[in-house]
Design a protein around this ligand. Structure first.
Ligand code: FES
Length: 575
């Protein structure tokens, strides 16, 4: 047994007299009516990320109650505390700008306040990555609780859910296929309850990835937010947190290279969001583990997409839950998984798959030999346009565009795009390649999800549904199309993307994993010398910190000073 201080005795405030520090702490907490018996229990912190600005966490009161019940049933003392909460639609300029701030908030509050383990409650896209990043750095036993997905709605007899259907209906509206009344009607139906987006967007991706990492109780990824199953998971999570504290099962024993390899496999097999790579890279970086993009691409070639969820397939998260959730998927993927990876239950992933028992007939998770898509959803591209790599979600792309050469139609930044994309004067055809610069980590800043460049209105009206698009930004996991993202290095730091001009030829070959600018090195060097890039700066505050320290997509867009000091491994590991 470790003789480190436990419970309320941990991390005493420095007054120069430890006994007095504890005496004072207990005096204050007793002001809230606690007994010595309660205060002698293992203390379990709970991050309360409820916020009126975050409907994806709208079930927080019910979750908190159930987590606390679980903790107390297991003999612990629950202590919830607020942290930053980030919602996609209420975070300007973009939620990604705030992810690292939330991770710092989580890390420092977990470290500063006395707790033997922490329950992280998150759901909306950036929250789970931020919490796992923070907890990884804080180093104490931690367990993730997902808020759960929203229910689906119904519009004129058609099932709808955020946010793949949001984009689809908005696309119809832009193309004048539906009128003002219908777009207003559908707006009422897209989000039918509190909870996270109901398709395989970033929130669902990170929920599945968190379970694959071993950071949730089994079955923690899929129950919708408003169901009894979700509340039961919350109670179990609370109880398991007490066990984690008793066993001293710290997060470093769970977040190993094997766990990240499993997470990458699952990311590929669920047709997960491209954002999942950025977040996994950042979380792994906190443990000193590098995510190897070449290795990820190798995994992608052997890992089929099995989960039939929008936007790659047809179902929604609640259907995945009814089909058995992650147990069903992991059972199919078992031959590819690192079964020895430890989980928060104290058992390995392989043991948990065994405990989940036999599967049953369902049509949401395909059998391994009858996949929805033969390779993993994501492919890593390289070439002179992206020396540090780029990503395409091939499972959500138009197969006819994945081997394509076209003329670049360039937008210098988001404002330029907004000003010209719908102009009838825009010189563009369906064979062209739209290029958007300066939406990378430093460019926007915060690498917004603006990589889903809209189809120019004149092409949309003519019935064009997809066109090749290239940018240094991200896109929502709920989006679809032949879209090359995360071009690294970004334009704002002088990457080759900065020097693309209208009319240049670009070649995309997903088969060869290539994104090439068909312009000579000499010409690119000349352009660079004539128009050197000046990196963006800020005078003060968080923006200054962000612009000075944020890393590129291949480093997870984390701040450079937050990454682990020592390198401890890579994922996937060489075989
Ligand atoms: Fe929160 Fe989609 S907006 S998960």
């Amino acid at each position: 047994m470790s003789d480190q201080p436990k419970g309320l005795k941990k991390g005493l405030t420095h007054y120069g007299d430890q006994g007095f520090s504890l005496f004072l702490r207990k005096a204050f907490i007793k002001g809230a009516g606690y007994t010595d018996d309660a205060l002698d229990r293992p203390v379990i912190g709970i991050t309360n990320t409820g916020s009126s600005y975050n409907p994806c966490h709208g079930n927080m009161p019910q979750l908190l109650e159930a987590v606390k019940r679980g903790i107390m049933l297991a003999g612990g003392l629950p202590m919830d505390f607020p942290t930053i909460s980030v919602h996609e639609s209420f975070s300007a300029p973009t939620s990604m700008y705030l992810r690292n701030l939330m991770s710092m908030d989580t890390e420092e509050l977990v470290r500063a306040q006395p707790m033997d383990a922490v329950v992280l409650i998150g759901g909306c896209d950036k929250t789970v990555p931020a919490q796992l990043m923070g907890a990884a750095s804080a180093g104490i036993p931690a367990i993730q609780l997902i808020t759960g997905s929203m229910l689906t709605g119904s519009h004129r007899g058609e099932r709808v859910g955020a946010c793949t259907d949001c984009r689809r209906y908005w696309g119809k509206y832009r193309a004048d296929e539906i009128d003002d009344q219908e777009i207003a009607d559908v707006n009422n139906q897209l989000v039918a309850s509190v909870g996270t987006c109901s398709v395989m967007g970033t929130a669902s991706t990170m929920a599945c990835v968190a379970e694959a990492l071993g950071m949730t109780v089994p079955g923690g990824a899929s129950p919708p937010a408003v169901t009894a199953d979700r509340i039961r998971i919350a109670e179990q999570t609370g109880a398991q947190a007490v066990e984690l504290a008793r066993q001293g099962l710290t997060i470093d024993k769970i977040l190993t290279p094997a766990a990240f390899e499993n997470a990458l496999r699952v990311l590929l097999a669920i047709g997960g969001s491209t954002n999942g790579i950025v977040h996994l890279t950042a979380i792994a970086g906190r443990m000193g583990i590098d995510i190897d993009l070449a290795g990820l691409d190798r995994l992608g070639r052997e890992t089929p997409v099995l989960l039939d969820l929008k936007p790659s397939g047809q179902h929604y998260m609640e259907d995945f839950h009814h089909a058995g959730g992650m147990a069903t998927l992991l059972r199919e993927l078992k031959p590819l998984l690192r079964l020895e990876a430890m989980t928060v239950t104290g058992r390995t992933l392989g043991e948990e798959i065994e405990r989940a028992g036999e599967g049953f007939n369902q049509d949401v998770v395909r059998p391994f030999d009858r996949p929805i898509y033969p390779q993993g959803g994501l492919a890593v591209l390289r070439g002179n346009l992206a020396p540090g790599g780029a990503i395409i979600k091939q499972s959500a792309a138009d197969p006819t565009l994945m081997e394509h050469e076209g003329r670049a139609v360039v937008f210098e930044n988001s404002a330029d795009l907004a000003a010209r994309i719908d102009s009838d004067e825009l010189d563009v055809t369906a064979d062209d390649i739209l290029v958007l610069k300066n939406i990378g980590p430093k460019g926007a800043p915060g690498m917004p999800e603006a990589g889903y460049i809209p189809i120019p209105r004149k092409l949309a009206r003519a019935g064009v549904k997809d066109i090749v698009r290239v940018s240094d930004g991200r896109m929502s996991g709920t989006a679809f199309g032949t879209i090359v993202l995360h071009v690294t290095p970004e334009a704002a730091v002088g990457g080759p993307l900065a020097h693309v001009r209208n009319g240049d030829r670009i070649r995309l070959s997903v088969k060869d994993r290539e994104i090439a600018l068909l312009v000579s090195d000499e010409e690119l060097a000349k352009r660079s010398a004539e128009h050197p890039v000046v990196e963006p700066t800020a005078e003060r505050g968080y923006r200054k910190l962000f612009l000075q320290t944020v890393t590129q997509a291949d480093q997870g867009v984390d701040f450079d000073f937050l990454r682990a000091v020592k390198n401890t491994g890579r994922a996937p590991e060489d075989r």
